[in-house]
Design a binder for this molecule. Structure first.
Ligand code: SF4
Length: 343
C-alpha cells in the first residue's frame, strides 16, 4: 500500500533545517516542524514531505464534460481523484470542505489508493482519462505524477483541473504525461487574486502560456462573480489574453456564481452579466465559448458555418456530428480539440 508521507520533490535544503519549496509560485520557505501554505507539505527535521501521497479524499467517475473539458474525448468518462489541500484560498471555493484543510489536520486522510489501484479503477470503469481535480493537483504532485506515468503506460490519458499556480519546473516534469488541462483564470486583476485567493495573477498567466507552448490541450474557466471580476473591461482584457496568447481555438468556459463559502452575502451572477461576458469573448475572436451553471446547453458550433456539431443536455451528449479528423460534416472546417469525432 502506498505511504501517505513521502519525501517531496522540488525543494531545496537550507541552513538551520529550513527548506524552500518550489513546487508552486508561493515558493514557501518552511521552518523545521512547519507546513507550507498549502497545509500538506511539512518540514520534518530538514526534509520536506508530502503528507497526502496515496490517499484520496474523493474519487468518482465523471463525464469529461464536468471538468469542464468540451473538446477532449467528448462523451468519455474520467476517473476523478483528489487529496485534501490547496495552494489558493478562494473566498468562493465550491470544495472548501476538502481544499481548505485545517493547519493541524493529522494525515493520512481519505481512502488508501495506490497509483496502481487508481489506474486499475480507471480501466474497470471504462474511463478514457484520469482527472486530477476537485482540489488542486499541484499540491498532490508526486501522487499525480506517479499515477500519470502508469496511466500513460496503460493507454489512459491524464487531465489536470487546476488553478495554474504551479512553477515551470513542475510543468516540465509533468507535461510529458499530461494530455489536457482546464485552468481557472479567476480574474485579470492582480489585486483580486491577492485579496480573494491569496495568490498572484502573473504566475497563472505564465502557466497558461507554458502549457499552451508545451502542446497540452487547454481549456480555460472563469467564474464570473458580481462586484469582484465582472467588470466588462476586465472581461474583455481576459478574453483578449486568451486569443493573443493561447489562440482563438481555446475554449472559454464562463461560469455563473452562486452564493457560497465566504461570499454567501453576494447575489448570483445576473444573466445580463453572463451575456456581456459571452459577447466580450466573441468580440475578442474566441471560437468556442460555453456557459456553465446557467441551465443552458453548451452546444459546440462549427467556427466557420456555425452549424451545431455537438448537442449537449447538461453533461450528456445527445448528438455528435463531427466526422473523422475533427471536421464539420457540412463545410469541412476543422474543429479544435482531441478525438472530437462522433462514434
Ligand atoms: S506547494 Fe505548498 S509548500 Fe510548496 S510552495 Fe506551494 S504552498 Fe508552499
Amino acid at each position: 500500500m502506498a505511504d501517505a508521507m513521502i519525501e517531496a520533490r522540488l525543494y531545496n535544503k537550507r541552513a538551520n533545517k529550513q527548506v524552500a519549496c518550489h513546487l508552486c509560485a508561493h515558493f514557501c520557505v518552511i521552518n523545521c516542524g512547519e507546513r507550507g501554505l498549502c497545509g500538506v507539505r511539512e518540514n520534518r527535521d530538514g526534509i520536506l514531505y508530502s503528507l497526502v501521497y496515496g490517499h484520496t479524499i474523493a474519487h468518482h467517475v465523471d463525464p469529461i464534460e464536468k471538468k469542464p473539458l468540451y473538446h477532449f474525448y467528448p462523451g468519455s468518462r474520467s476517473l476523478s481523484i483528489a487529496t485534501p489541500g490547496c495552494n489558493m484560498h478562494c473566498h468562493w471555493c465550491q470544495n472548501a470542505g476538502i481544499s481548505q484543510v485545517p493547519r493541524d489536520l493529522k494525515f493520512p486522510v481519505g481512502d488508501a489508493m495506490s497509483p496502481e489501484q487508481i489506474v486499475v479503477a480507471a480501466q474497470k470503469s471504462g474511463s478514457r482519462s484520469i482527472a486530477y481535480t476537485y482540489t488542486e493537483p499541484t499540491i498532490f504532485f508526486e501522487y499525480s505524477l506517479d499515477t500519470a506515468r502508469l496511466a500513460q503506460d496503460a493507454g489512459i490519458a491524464n487531465v489536470y483541473v487546476s488553478n495554474g499556480y504551479m512553477t515551470a519546473e513542475m510543468l516540465d516534469l509533468v507535461h510529458p504525461y499530461l494530455d489536457a488541462a482546464n485552468i481557472d483564470l479567476k480574474s485579470f486583476r492582480d489585486p483580486t487574486y491577492r485579496k480573494y485567493a491569496g495568490a498572484r495573477l502573473q504566475p497563472v498567466l505564465d502557466s497558461l502560456k507554458r502549457l499552451h507552448g508545451l502542446g497540452v490541450w487547454l481549456e480555460v474557466t472563469t467564474l464570473v462573480i458580481p462586484g469582484i471580476n465582472d467588470d466588462l473591461q476586465e472581461l474583455k482584457e481576459l478574453a483578449e489574453f486568451i486569443v493573443s496568447e493561447l489562440g482563438r481555438d481555446t475554449p472559454w468556459h464562463i461560469s455563473r456564481f452562486y452564493p457560497q463559502y465566504k461570499l454567501n452575502q453576494l447575489p448570483p451572477t445576473s444573466s445580463a452579466t453572463i451575456t456581456q461576458a459571452v459577447e466580450a469573448g466573441r468580440a475578442a475572436g474566441l471560437n468556442y465559448i460555453y456557459v456553465g451553471n446557467m441551465g443552458v446547453d453548451g452546444d459546440t458550433l462549427c467556427p466557420a458555418c456555425r452549424a451545431s456539431l455537438i448537442q449537449r443536455r447538461g453533461y450528456d451528449i445527445r448528438r455528435n456530428r463531427i466526422v473523422k479528423q475533427n471536421c464539420c460534416p457540412d463545410c469541412g472546417q476543422r474543429v479544435a480539440g482531441v478525438a472530437m469525432a462522433g462514434g
